[in-house]
Design a protein around this ligand. Structure first.
Ligand code: 26M
Length: 815
């Protein structure tokens, strides 16, 4: 990249608008100006992109392929400008063109190719890989429709398709030269070749053409640009549609339909598996295309496939891309004619697997019939992997028949993807210390005993470039003013803020910045919700996917409890609080949707009750996503991280709040444990059962919530208000399913399986401590500053360095 030339930049923007829209900039829409700016910025990095890849090849560097069904990257323009370190100059140039950079950035739709934590983690990892100078590809799917847009109508969630590509995507490049074919269905015929070897030929299959689209991922100020490669499906022979042969015609139509459907839409569930055939097609589609291409690329510059693992690592983001293991085997066996042992040795040195959840509903299993019908050759390979693995189990545990039942890959008519991923990988990692320990001691105990050396922990992290530098410019420049800008690429330098935590002037400055960020969110809420909130109130925030285990229900029940208190004692001391929620529910998850409705209904009642004098406000932010998350984190005082202990593998929102100086109110779950370890218990608010207590109760089949309900009048009152019409005048049964989930459960599930009533009092007490602490402004500011000072560990840069050191063994590019 050359020196930034403002005149040239402005000229380019105007030229693009002229060429693409046939308009002078004065007549262009804001969207058109955005397109012009975006193309100009892309052009600024295009040479670096090419040269970085040339450097990788010349230096013959090992590459990690991060295989993921999801990349929740959000908007690209602002991030690129940040990472180009061109913020001030581009802002000025855009201003001279008559526009405000923020408004232009707001024209970009989020690339919402993910559900939540797992997809956003993948995006943070790509940012860190580029910033640290490691060669990497993100490999995924170019969904035509990403995560649905959430509208709230009459308090209910309504899902609207996210047509993010409708105006085109200025950052992507179609790479037809790397197209490959992916085959589905048909049958496998075995033949003997001229050397007497068995060969397996897939016949009568349907196929689609996989076409990659590349998006640049720039490192921060280092001229390194990696690639997010997302695959689109196109039909193969359309000309066959003219065929007079009925069978041919039929097949051509089917192939067209297959191509049309595969990349149509992101499945909008997390933590719940619906065994849909199309989902498996998506998985094999992007995996097969990515692995074929990676192997081909390796062979372009190397002659021995046996050393693949020296230059290539496939990291599986959860079990979703697990077909990588048999697909690589298939390529090695069928295309490179390797023997099984050789192929297996290469595969298990090349694949590594990350587990992101212990929730049993999320454990991926496919019916064997479906798997076999869709992927006949892959299934054969899986059968052989399974056969050999069972022999190994029998050998190591000759007298323990139960081991096979628990560990087999094929069992009970199903393909168990986690078992396949573990057996086929050299590394299995959890995403926070506690999570990895639970995997080793409980969920994956048998595998840990058999392969202790594979297991390791990699505590998650987040990129400070997006979530502080871009999302919270006021705080970012304040930090830089105090300690220099080293934190941008080395977050551990935040430690240098420790002395300022005690300093009255710094505390005051921090609170002023927080206040301004609260004003920004206040205005957003005013505009979107029409609700007036006070920036002097405590901004208490829970934003994340909606799931019972995350316990948004605990939060809103507590709001109902507080409302009762204030109504009963209008003169009680109470520090005004704004409870802010943001969450999408999976479309078919009825209880989650009922919780969204409840939050909105409570808001409706509480916000409009003038007798409580604005002491409580409840705000549900519609369509929570990466772009508005940046505004929300910056404005938060309290970070609600209240999952049932043991259920949240890590959490990453918790880290984004910490980075922005919010105090955690949480359970000892996931990475909260490590956050509190870093910041000190005195700078957080902990409550609730510990994970071992939860696990112990679960072994006993649960606990009896009616004991709590019957012995605590205030809790009983709140629970009863779910069904007495307090928040559902029009239809008292609206929240009956939530009432039932707390007191009796349904279909054999334990009552209150997420221990909401059990933890209620402990939560309520912690909330009282929050209030008391907030009353002391200086003390609060000190704690907030300590959170920022101690957040260094939670940079995804640290996480990536650990992956590199323990799993990927990459070398940095010289540029
Ligand atoms: C599976 C099958 C069909 C449709 C969707 C899925 C599916 C999609 C996403 C299942 C799980 C998915 O994500 C799980 C997830 O987001 N896990 C979160 O991962 C984060 C990053 O490691 C952790 O911080 C969170 O604690 C964990 O919940």
């Amino acid at each position: 990249m050359q020196e930034f030339d403002k005149k040239e930049f402005k000229k380019n923007v105007e030229e693009y608008i002229g060429v693409f829209f046939r308009r002078p900039i004065e007549d262009a829409t804001r969207q058109q100006v955005y397109q012009g700016v975006a193309f100009t910025v892309k052009n600024m990095i295009i040479d670096d992109w090419l040269e970085a890849h040339k450097a990788y090849e010349e230096q013959d560097l090992k590459t990690v392929y991060y295989l993921s069904m999801e990349f929740l990257v959000g908007r690209a323009l602002g991030n690129m400008i940040t990472n180009l370190k061109a913020d001030a100059s581009i802002r000025e140039a855009v201003e001279e063109l008559g526009y405000d950079l923020e408004n232009i950035e707001d024209e970009e739709p989020d690339a919402a190719l993910g559900n939540g934590g797992l997809g956003r983690l993948a995006a943070c990892f790509l940012d860190s890989l580029s910033t640290l100078g490691y060669p990497a590809y993100g490999c995924g799917i170019r969904y035509k429709y990403g995560m649905f847009e959430q509208k709230i109508e009459n308090g209910y969630q309504v899902e609207v398709p996210d047509n993010w590509l409708k105006d085109g995507n200025p950052f992507e490049i179609k790479r037809s030269e790397y197209a490959t074919t992916v085959k589905f269905g048909g049958y496998v015929r075995m033949i003997r070749d001229e050397y007497g070897n068995d060969r397996f030929i897939q016949e009568n299959y349907q196929s689609v053409r996989a076409i990659p689209y590349d998006m640049p991922i720039l490192g921060y100020g280092n001229h390194v640009v990696n690639t997010l490669r997302i695959w689109n499906a196109e039909a193969i022979d359309t000309f066959n549609l003219d065929s007079f042969d009925k069978g041919e015609y039929q097949k051509a139509v089917e192939q067209q339909n297959l191509a049309r459907t595969i990349c149509e839409v992101l499945y909008p569930n997390d933590h719940h598996i619906a065994g849909k055939e199309l989902r498996l097609k998506q998985q094999y589609f992007f995996v097969s295309a990515s692995i074929q291409r990676a192997v081909a690329k390796y062979m372009e510059r190397h002659d021995d496939i046996h050393n693949l693992h020296e230059k290539v690592c496939f990291q599986l983001n959860d079990t979703h891309p697990t077909v990588t293991v048999p697909e690589l085997m298939r390529i090695l066996l069928d295309d490179y004619y390797l023997g099984w042992e050789e192929a297996w040795s290469i595969t298990t040195k090349t694949c590594a697997y990350t587990n992101h959840t212990i929730m049993s509903e999320a454990l991926e299993k496919w019916p064997i019939d479906l798997f076999k019908r869709l992927l006949p050759r892959i299934y054969q390979v899986v059968e052989e992997i399974n056969r050999r693995f069972i022999l190994q189990i029998l050998k190591e545990y000759p007298s323990e028949a139960k081991k096979i039942e628990k560990m087999a890959i094929l069992y009970d008519g199903q393909v168990r993807m986690a078992n396949l991923a573990i057996v086929g990988s050299f590394s299995v990692n959890g995403v926070a210390k506690l999570h990895t320990e639970i995997l080793k001691k409980q969920e994956l105990k048998d595998f840990y005993e058999m392969f202790p050396g594979k297991f390791n922990n990699k505590t998650n992290g987040i990129t400070q470039r997006r979530f502080l530098l871009h999302g919270n410019p006021l705080l970012a420049s304040w930090v830089t003013h105090k300690i220099g800008d080293g934190w941008i690429t080395d977050l551990s330098q935040m430690q240098r803020l420790i002395p300022y935590a005690e300093d009255k002037q710094s505390q005051k400055e921090f609170l002023e910045i927080k206040y301004k960020n609260k004003l920004r969110l206040m205005n957003y809420i005013k505009e979107k919700n029409g609700i007036t909130v006070s920036p002097d109130s405590i901004f208490d925030v829970q934003v994340k996917r909606l799931h019972e285990y995350k316990r948004q229900l605990l939060n809103i029940l507590h709001v109902m409890y507080l409302y009762n208190k204030i109504k009963d004692n209008p003169d009680m001391e109470f520090y005004p609080r704004t409870f802010i929620f943001g969450a999408k529910a999976s479309a078919g998850y009825e209880r989650a949707k009922a919780i969204i409705k409840l939050i909105n209904s409570v808001g409706e009642v509480v916000n409009n009750d003038s007798t409580i004098q604005d002491k409580i406000k409840v705000v549900f932010i519609e369509n929570y996503r990466v772009s508005n998350a940046e505004i929300i984190f910056a404005a938060a005082d309290v970070s609600e991280q209240i999952s049932t202990a043991s259920k949240e593998a890590s959490g990453t929102g918790n880290m984004k709040f910490m980075l922005n100086g919010a105090l955690t109110l949480g359970t000892l779950d996931g990475a909260n444990v490590e956050i509190v370890e870093e910041v000190g218990e005195e700078n957080a608010f902990l409550f609730g059962l510990h994970s071992d207590e939860v696990i112990e109760y679960e072994h006993q089949g649960g606990y009896n919530p009616r004991e709590v309900y019957n012995s605590d009048k205030e809790i009983k009152r709140v629970v009863d208000q779910l069904v007495d019409g307090t928040y559902s005048k029009e239809d008292k049964t609206l929240f009956a399913s939530l009432y039932e989930s707390l007191l009796s459960g349904r279909g054999g599930e334990p009552a209150d399986r997420y221990f909401i009533l059990k933890d209620f009092r402990s939560y309520e007490e912690a909330q009282k401590k929050v209030e008391k602490a907030y009353c002391n402004k200086e003390g609060w500011a000190k704690s907030a500053l300590m959170n920022i000072a101690k957040c260094g560990k939670f940079s995804s840069d640290r996480t990536i360095e650990e992956y590199v050191r323990d799993i990927w063994h990459l070398t940095k590019v010289h540029r």
